[in-house]
Design a protein around this ligand. Structure first.
Ligand SMILES: O=P(O)(O)OP(=O)(O)OP(=O)(O)OC[C@H]1O[C@@H](n2cnc3c(O)ncnc32)[C@H](O)[C@@H]1O
Length: 224
């Protein structure tokens, strides 16, 4: 009979103070939208409960329209944001995470509804490792679709504010929050997608060495 599989420990416990103390990992979030920051913080805390994390929000250009349309454009927006921050040597992030909200056709094509979703991209600037994940999606109702399409198309956040009579909804519960009667808000909606994108950094022994630099970061003394 094959020996039972025993996963290796991910993190060796280290002293909390002194020269061998667990080093602080600096994670850059490529947006100052509080919803995205909170979602990333919650996901990171759940994925790496034993690590000391410094999470910093920074503006980063997406290089795509403010309201990306389709998976390709939305994913590109997330990857561009991450690349912009990761390339800034002065930032010295151990990880960079971006969330890009998008709308687009469902897998049913023209026959299906316009859906809302997001792409998350996480990059380790030290090794160039990158991972991506797509959130779940939900159908937008016809009155919202009408506002986000056509020559006078609005961004989904602005369309939501107009239809539901709110302000800065995209920085609060989001469209998913309003449509689900609060069962799921935009923060929690993004937390799962962030966790999925962080998985390779939690399991570098399976995904490959470039994903291991984050967990394996050495303390200053070990480095010298
Ligand atoms: O500051 P940045 O990072 O650009 O954040 P943003 O929310 O404005 O930019 P996104 O490109 O991620 O989102 C595109 C639009 O979708 C809107 N939006 C509102 N509720 C949403 C929800 O539940 N899910 C996804 N997108 C939502 C959001 O307000 C934006 O107008």
């Amino acid at each position: 009979m094959a020996a039972p599989f025993v996963p290796r420990r991910q993190v060796q416990p280290r002293a909390q103070t002194g020269p061998h103390a667990e080093p602080v990992r600096r994670v850059l979030i490529a947006s100052k939208n509080p919803v995205k920051l909170k979602a990333a913080q919650q996901a990171l805390a759940q994925c790496f409960p034993t690590l000391q994390l410094e999470v910093i929000a920074r503006d980063a250009p997406s290089g795509v329209p403010d309201q990306p349309f389709g998976d390709e454009e939305t994913l590109l927006g997330a990857r561009n944001r991450v690349a912009a921050l990761g390339a800034d040597a002065s930032e010295r992030g151990d990880l960079v995470l971006a969330i890009e909200g998008g709308v687009g056709p469902s897998a049913q094509g023209q026959a299906g509804p316009v859906e809302c979703f997001a792409w998350v991209c996480v990059r380790c600037p030290v090794t160039g490792a990158e991972s991506t994940s797509r959130s779940g999606s939900f159908a937008l109702p016809p009155p919202l679709c009408a506002l986000i399409t056509g020559p006078a198309a609005l961004e989904l956040g602005a369309a939501d504010d107009r239809l539901f009579g709110r302000q800065r909804s995209g920085q609060g519960s989001g469209t998913i929050g309003r449509l689900s009667n609060g069962v799921l808000d935009r923060t929690q909606y993004y937390v799962q997608a962030c966790i999925c994108a962080l998985v390779p950094y939690m399991q570098p022994e399976y995904y490959g060495e470039p994903y291991g630099a984050f967990l394996g970061k050495k303390s200053a003394l070990e480095e010298s």
